[in-house]
Design a protein around this ligand. Sequence first.
Ligand code: GLN
Length: 519
Amino acid sequence: MPKWIFVTGGVLSGLGKGLVSASVSKLLQQRELDITPVKCDGYLNVDPGTMNPHEHGEVFVLSDGTEVDMDFGHYERFLGIETTGDCNLTSGKVFSEVIDRERKGDYLGETVQMVPHVTEEIKENWKEAVDDSDIGIVEIGGTVGDIENMLYLEAVRQIINDLPDEDTYLIHTTLVPYLETTGEQKTKPTQHSVKKLRETGLSPDMIVGRSRKPLQSSVVEKISLFCDVEEQEVISDHDIDNIYRLPLIFDEQNVDTIIKDEMELPERNNGIKDWRERVENLASEPLGTVAICGKYMAMDDAYASVEEALKHAAAEKGGSVEIQHVETEDIDLSQLEKFDGVVIPGGFGSRGVEGKIKAVEYCRENNVPILGLCYGMQLMVVEFSRNVLNLDAASEEFEKGEEDLVVAEMSEQKNIEHKGGTMRLGDYTAEVKGQVKQIYGSKKVTERHRHRYEVNPDYHGRLEENGLKISGKMEDGTLAEYVELPDNRFFIGTQAHPEFNSSFQNPNPLYTEFINSIL
Ligand code: GLN
């Protein structure tokens, strides 16, 4: 039987509950506990795959092909584990399961209601996801008081009621703002959000206060008094130089020891030495500067996994990496001169695409290291077809009607009517050769995918004859998975997203080699 840690949030969203969950989990993992993270979102989309990443942040893809909330990126990167689609619940998924059951007749004779039917469905889902792990850590998205998260909180209440005290623990994350005029940290928003939490029948065991500076001791005392938690259970989550430092900050405040005592967990601790070294590497001088050439909006998390994978690789090499965003809608190539390497990330649609193609051309001609990811690789192929094969080339996705669709939809994709969850998703294995084989140290490479279009097999021959080596293909020999220009320092594109397979203590080889090439 697993024990349960619940993580809720108050005051406002975007406080980094996912990072709190991941950091607490990391510390407990050092205690040799098997942790399964679960994330619950209130929205009615069945999965986030159909949402705009520039509004909601990147869509993360699991190896089983499920498109999930970007917090799963934090969980996997911190814990070095693979999660499954069962671990991400959305209201859309829960309701559609309940309605399916009702139609099948599973509840014959009953009035199907939010409580107990929907809450039972939520609890069933949690139990299935966590299975026989030691601890399920369940993060409830949004903030307390949101209509759409009420049912999750009610399910939390029921579990806490049903189980002995030591089997559950509730961490509430809030904001502790700093008032410039008086130079004080203010606790009122925290007090109000704990009141809101209590209205749902829940009381926090630990309060994590997100703040600019470490929490002042008077603030800790006040939160403890008004919110009825021990002072040692008021935890400071202040601004830090990099997210991987959070487990260290929590370690200093004995977060895992407190939880261990309260939950009666076994007495073991391996320490967090290797982690600490990597965190300090990231705090050191950059080894180089990399441009991510993409489409940008304010407050953008759309390329989170790419940025983190670059950092993992740099930390492995003993340093940090400076990452800058280059908007490709109005790119001026002289902007690229100061960079040691360029990444063309995944993407959709035609906006900014010509700028990305120009950036590929610049890197190819000037032998600047370039990594093309998914759309990035497709655009490498378009660029090469235009400028080396002299074709009027495009991807079918540009919808411009060019003659040579060197990137196109294959027949299975053409017949698809529903857009949700129907891309080529999750793990696929490629047979590789050339530099790619050397980099991975293996003939077969499995990475995660998320795309509809493919390098058109009708052009494979011409691309190869002219020097763009297709250095990885699907095992059945049909689809292109990797391309490379062997004479350039690093010119590699992949149809996959290796960034989804990179964790802080185990970086992805392709990223590590890319960082190597910019040194
Ligand atoms: N838009 C491209 C496709 O669907 C690439 C997708 C991506 O970069 N993830 O094939």
